[in-house]
Design a binder for this molecule. Structure first.
Ligand SMILES: [Zn+2]
Length: 80
């Protein structure tokens, strides 16, 4: 699984709409990839905050912003 694959599964992961095989791949990727681990942590915290305020809405805009941030970080790592 690549970071892109991971990100594309992220919303399903949080929705609990992910099958066991894919879940194992996602968890495997998180274990290996620090960036995606941080993303998952940050996203969890973000969702908690939204839920506390009862305005939970994992919008496409938020998804694309997260995606852009992570992918740029991944690229930074590669060129180092
Ligand atoms: Zn990753």
């Amino acid at each position: 699984m690549t970071c892109t694959d991971f990100l594309s599964q992220l919303t399903d992961y949080f929705d609990g709409q992910i099958d066991a095989e894919l879940l194992a791949e996602v968890q495997g990727h998180i274990a290996e990839c620090h960036h995606c681990h941080v993303v998952l942590d940050t996203t969890k915290q973000t969702i908690e905050v939204y839920r506390d305020n009862e305005i939970y809405d994992f919008s496409p805009e938020l998804q694309s912003r997260l995606h852009a941030t992570i992918m740029s970080r991944c690229r930074e790592v590669k060129v180092r």
